[in-house]
Write a protein that binds this ligand. Structure first.
Ligand SMILES: [Zn+2]
Ligand SMILES: [Zn+2]
Length: 455
């Protein structure tokens, strides 16, 4: 006779809860280390006078080795037991091509690869190349190349699949499955970056789009969920409305992603050097795919004659996710206060924020990110938080205070509008399109009167 006792019930509950908690995992997302080997000598990445160099770096310069290495040690100290690491590129510093060559690029990649392997033995790192991880900078070719080969050799243990290592040799893209069954797709979006002069007039550089569609089709048939990762993100960087991709690549990339938005659960990029997110909408406007840009390790700020970029505190990002569905559950953003760490001769990595607490959501699924983006439109203080985190607290409230209504409109539009027409339409609406329309109507009427009077 079957006899169900409290002991049985308790065992079932225990098994269920163990199983459920087993679905939560963590991974690191790190990006834009920009290691400057000349930090203590020629200071080639520094954009301004730096009379006293801090041991962990300076806001005008790229990272000294101490910062790069310290960030990796901090990751291991905070959480060594991650399922994998996403590493989205830009490891070489912002220094002129005349001071680099292929050997130099490989030396930088090897230094950071070795440091990650030493700190995280046995942990897979899904790495993608950044536009600075090349010689000459940004000029990624569309076919086999010795630099693709050298990088494939550095990362082949992590990729762990001969066919995919061969893909990497053709254009630095590949796909693998995590131990828990999620599909990772690592792309080379530097091929779509407007600074790559080799790919201006092409339709599918290195055949990456055709390959991506094939991989996504197969993933859909197999019932898999997908995380996509690359260096340069689609859409616009704001404020400033900078579109990194060539127009035709931006459109194609987003079209493919939209088609498979039922299986792509998240996208992860670097390049912006700023903490941010976007949301790819499905046709009809429902939430599709959340897109996350992690802040950089380098604190570097740009300087051109009439403009300077914001400083950034070095940052490392721990992501909590569901190992089976891939849905993001939280972002634990850590950072180093560069000024304090230099002053104290000791690095000070601490939590900057937990996204779930700051934005009041139980996860970071497409629907939750949609909720946050909608809340930004009416809750000024929530958008203030987002803007403050953009620079990883390096700029106090300067960035927030400097962001006027037009700047806020750019932020609000860039979250979901990833092509020029929809962005401009959104922006015109938010900054008083009706006023502009009135004045242009007035001009048309005035011209008509002049026409009738004269002719
Ligand atoms: Zn970068
Ligand atoms: Zn970049």
């Amino acid at each position: 006779m079957l006899c169900v006792t409290w002991k049985h019930v308790f065992t079932v509950i225990l098994l269920y809860s163990t199983c459920a908690s087993g679905q939560e995992g963590y991974f690191w997302h790190i990006t834009d280390h920009h290691y400057d080997t000349t930090y203590w000598s020629e200071m080639r990445s520094c954009n301004d006078e730096v009379p006293v160099r801090g041991i962990y770096g300076d806001y005008w310069c790229d990272s000294p080795w101490r910062l790069v290495n310290d960030s990796i040690n901090a990751m291991a100290n905070i959480n060594r037991n991650v399922d994998f690491i996403l590493w989205t590129g830009d490891n070489v510093a912002h220094i002129a091509d005349q001071y680099t060559n292929e050997t130099y690029v490989v030396h930088i990649l090897r230094s950071i690869t070795d440091a990650l392997k030493a700190a995280f033995p046995g942990v897979k790192v899904y790495a993608t190349m950044g536009n600075h991880d090349w010689y000459p900078s940004d000029q990624f070719p569309v076919d086999s190349h010795s630099l693709y080969n050298a990088t494939a050799d550095l990362w082949k243990d992590w990729i762990g699949d001969t066919n995919q290592v061969e893909n990497f040799r053709k254009g630095a893209y590949y796909t693998v499955k995590t131990t828990q069954g999620l599909r990772i797709i690592g792309l080379n979006t530097n091929l779509y970056y407007t600074s790559d002069k080799l790919t201006t007039d092409m339709t599918d550089p290195a055949g990456q789009f055709a390959w991506l569609e094939e991989v996504l089709k197969n993933a859909k048939t197999a019932g898999e969920k997908v995380l996509m990762t690359a260096h340069v993100p689609p859409g616009f960087h704001v404020p400033g409305k900078v579109q990194w991709f060539y127009n035709h690549y931006n459109t194609r990339f987003l079209d493919i992603s939209r088609t498979f938005s039922d299986i792509i659960v998240g996208m992860f990029f670097g390049h912006d050097h700023a903490d941010g997110f976007k949301l790819l909408q499905r046709h009809g406007g429902s939430p599709g795919v959340p897109i996350f840009m992690a802040p950089s390790i380098t604190p570097w700020r740009f300087k051109i004659p009439d403009e300077s970029g914001d400083p950034h505190n070095p940052a490392i990002r721990l992501v909590k996710y569901n190992q089976q569905t891939g849905v993001l559950l939280d972002i634990h953003q850590y950072y180093m206060n560069l000024t304090d760490s230099n002053r104290n001769n000791a690095s000070d990595w601490k939590i900057e924020y937990k996204a779930s607490e700051e934005y009041g959501q139980t996860d970071l699924s497409a629907v939750s990110v949609d909720n946050i983006i909608k809340a930004f439109k009416t809750d000024k203080s929530l958008l203030d938080k987002y803007i403050r985190y953009n620079t990883v607290l390096a700029n106090g409230d300067t960035t927030v205070n400097a962001c006027d209504e037009k700047c806020r409109a750019e932020y609000n539009c860039a979250f979901i509008n990833m092509n020029e027409i929809s962005f401009d339409s959104c922006y015109t609406t938010l900054v008083g399109g009706s006023a502009r329309l009135c004045s242009s109507s007035f001009l048309i009427v005035l011209l008509a009167i002049i026409y009738y009077v004269l002719f």
